[in-house]
Design a protein around this ligand. Structure first.
Ligand code: FAD
Length: 439
């Protein structure tokens, strides 16, 4: 996403250098629907294509360039999608109404516009966009996995799908490997000892209840995002990734431990009329957040599983009909959990109490799977004006490899870097143009 938006910006502005895109995935003609993470249009651009349009959603953008510039960059990404869309008039923006009054005593509800590209059109968009870039001289090397980058000598090493070496030097490098390249980004950060931004801890529980209790809110906002903020304590909480109708809790095994997440099925035959969502706390100011989270998750395992607590319910079934794998604990065990959380669990308790107050039928009819965790990869420290590494000014980190979590923000970061490269080119032109004289 970041890469092709950057390349498009460069092409549109008559960049006179050579652009090479190395990607371990496939071109849009060969890429299979099941290849979710890699290839032309990146991750969500291939499967979902929802373009969020707000600076508070989808990761960091305005932090680098300010609010107005961020919106302008996101506009450019949306324009690109429309431009290569076979029916641009069908790209629609949904802009939810104001927060409903009944939630206000307890929560804020984050509402934001989303442009819906339409999943049925993503393949055609990918092909049209690809053709435009190829026709304008961009050189794609598909199924080519970069395994090493020598930042000091400006050199890339990769292997193609026949295990043949592919090598290339570069003047400017845009590093946009997305989630599928997160480990590669991490290993480069360690190898080059790159300074990083301080990160927060993101941990909580996966909450589950019959959907009927939340229907009033779901009618206003399907994927509702309730939030609470305690700025003075460096703590904020939000509901995260809401699933409805055919909603299932899933085990995630990371670093050998269980944590929980959720997903929804589209097929009616899976309908279970349940709702699940994460209640995620963002904790700032914890030294070494990664180790802290991992230690906490380790302590929340019994008999090799995560935990389940409910005042009245038992764990529900997975979409395959098995029990969600979790060790059920009682209210006495919950006190131990609260201790393990070093006091932070009181925020989750109070979030649930708040929901019980505004959704009066909820009462004790809920359960929670403990823990849900988001291990954030270290974010390399960059020059905010062009997203270049502070140690290597010609290496730009963009998209999910930096601090993005969505299509629009990733694409916008790519365009932001391209604008900087175009500016540099202009400066070089001025100094190499013999007819130009400085007065
Ligand atoms: C299933 C799914 C659905 C999503 N839906 C949405 C949505 O609807 N809306 C939204 O805003 N966001 C969505 N997202 C998130 C969004 O897709 C990403 O935030 C965005 O694509 C990130 O852009 P990027 O440029 O950083 O990386 P990507 O778009 O993921 O592109 C990275 C590319 O780098 C390549 N690559 C990785 N490592 C290497 C390597 N070592 N060598 C060579 N190539 C490499 C990959 O093949 C890939 O093509 C979704 C994500 C997923 C997984």
């Amino acid at each position: 996403m970041a890469g092709i938006n950057a390349a498009t910006k460069l092409i549109d502005n008559k960049f006179d250098g050579k652009i090479i895109i190395l990607d371990m995935g496939k071109d849009p003609h060969k890429r299979l629907p099941s290849e979710v993470m890699t290839g032309m249009l990146g991750a969500g651009g291939w499967s979902d294509g929802k373009l969020t349009y707000h600076t508070a959603i989808g990761g960091q953008l305005s932090k680098y360039c300010g609010e107005d510039k961020a919106m302008e960059l996101m506009d450019q990404v949306i324009t690109n999608f429309k431009r290569f869309h076979p029916k641009p008039e069908e790209v629609q923006c949904s802009n939810p109404v104001a927060e409903p009054d009944f939630i206000k005593p307890q929560f804020g509800l984050r509402l934001f516009p989303v442009w819906h590209v339409g999943t049925d059109y993503l393949l055609e968009i990918a092909k049209n966009w690809y053709q435009y870039l190829v026709d304008n001289g961009v050189c794609f090397e598909w199924e080519t996995k970069v395994y090493d980058i020598d930042f000091d000598n400006k050199f890339i090493s990769a292997k193609d799908n026949n295990q043949q070496e592919v090598r290339s030097s570069y003047d400017e490098l845009i590093f946009g490997v997305g989630k599928s390249g997160i480990d590669f980004g991490k290993s480069l950060a360690e190898q080059y000892n790159l300074p990083t931004e301080p990160k927060s801890v993101q941990i909580g529980v996966r909450f589950e209840a019959p959907q009927k209790h939340f229907q009033k809110l779901i009618d206003v906002s399907y994927d509702f995002k309730l939030y609470r903020k305690f700025d003075d304590k460096g703590v904020s909480l939000r509901s995260f990734c809401t699933n409805n109708n055919a909603a299932y809790v899933a085990v995630e095994e990371t670093y050998g431990n269980y944590s929980y997440n959720g997903h929804a099925k589209k097929d009616e035959k899976y309908r279970n009329d349940m709702t699940n969502f994460g209640i995620i706390m963002e904790l700032n100011g914890i030294e070494d957040p990664f180790t802290w989270s991992r230690d906490l998750v380790k302590k929340l395992q019994v008999e090799g599983k995560g935990l389940y607590y409910s005042p009245t319910r038992t764990p529900s079934l997975t979409s395959e009909g098995d029990n969600v794998s979790a060790f059920q604990i009682d209210s006495t065990d919950m006190d131990e959990v609260r201790e393990i959380f070093e006091g932070y669990f009181s925020y989750i308790d109070s979030f649930i109490d708040g929901m019980i107050e505004i959704f009066p039928t909820l009462k004790d009819d809920w359960g929670m799977y403990i823990p849900e965790v988001k291990y954030l990869s270290p974010e390399p420290l960059v020059d905010y004006t062009n997203l270049a590494l502070t140690k290597y000014p010609n290496v730009h980190f963009v998209g999910d490899a930096l601090s993005a979590r969505g299509i629009t923000v990733s694409g916008a970061q790519g365009i932001y870097v391209a604008e900087d490269i175009l500016d540099k080119q202009r400066i070089v032109r001025i100094f190499t143009d013999k007819t130009y004289s400085i007065k």
